[in-house]
Design a protein around this ligand. Sequence first.
Ligand code: ADP
Ligand code: MG
Length: 303
Amino acid sequence: MSITVERVTKYYGTQKALDNLSFEVKTGEIVGFLGPNGAGKSTMMKIITGFIPPSSGRVLLNGIETGCDDPEIRRKIGYLPENNPLYPEMYVREYLGFVASFYLSGKERQKAVDEIIELTGLVPEQNKKIGSLSKGYRQRVGLAHALIHNPEILILDEATSGLDPNQIVEIRSLIKEAGKEKTVLISTHIMQEVEAICSRIIIIDRGTIVADDPKEKIYSRIMQAIQTVKVEFDRQPDEKELASIPGVISVSRTGSNMFIIEAESKADIRPHIFSYAVNNNLTVLSLIRQESNLEEVFRKLTA
Ligand code: ADP
Ligand code: MG
């Protein structure tokens, strides 16, 4: 089942959270929805899932317009909201039975609960109170909730935020497994997050799309956007002058005569640094090109 977002704009009062957004997620695709905090990711997901209406524009599922009033929308979509709101006083199995009762009854409901507990690795925790679970297990309960009615579409909002590295790996593989035959849109503000799961990435910033490309293309675009070099001089240069070398974006000091310099990647910055040194009677002790930190560059790309 495909998702088509057509020219969606959303205002909260007078504040524009989404500005004329259009994109498509094809059947079976796993798409990463990236952007800094406040970009509008959660808002877009709430509109797709029919929790809130857009101010203008529309969302289509398999080409058919949908919205908050469509009773079928809950059946088609599994949704893990940001911060995963759950009932802390309910027991895991009890809660999932309650959720399943919206869709199924009798033996079928029982079977769905058993299967989802198994799939999400909740067997040992099934008779515990949700409030007593670790964050990782609570996230599994949220995923179980989203998956219990076997929806064709999964919308996961910051599914791994707040988890420790082991939990992240487990939840990711769970999403990958569960998403095999589904259309998945997964939001995150962490660049690396999508690496493991997604094939395509949409980046939004301040309510507009800044990139929508296959993962590899986004990576090379980001890697090409900025070059980082580490340079050491024999004595201290004038930092302001260093920053005014053509192409230099930023200069940060990491030691007494050591600097990390970020520059536009149009041309290699190293010859410019070298001639700056020569003109200022400085000796370059070392000059090394560094791999860009994805996270850092992503921050710059959307700055
Ligand atoms: P993200 O999920 O990318 O962090 P959100 O969709 O939560 O972004 O928020 C987008 C913008 O809309 C932010 O500026 C946020 O403060 C604002 N916003 C989100 N929800 C509401 C709301 N219910 N009422 C008013 N403003 C909101
Ligand atoms: Mg959000």
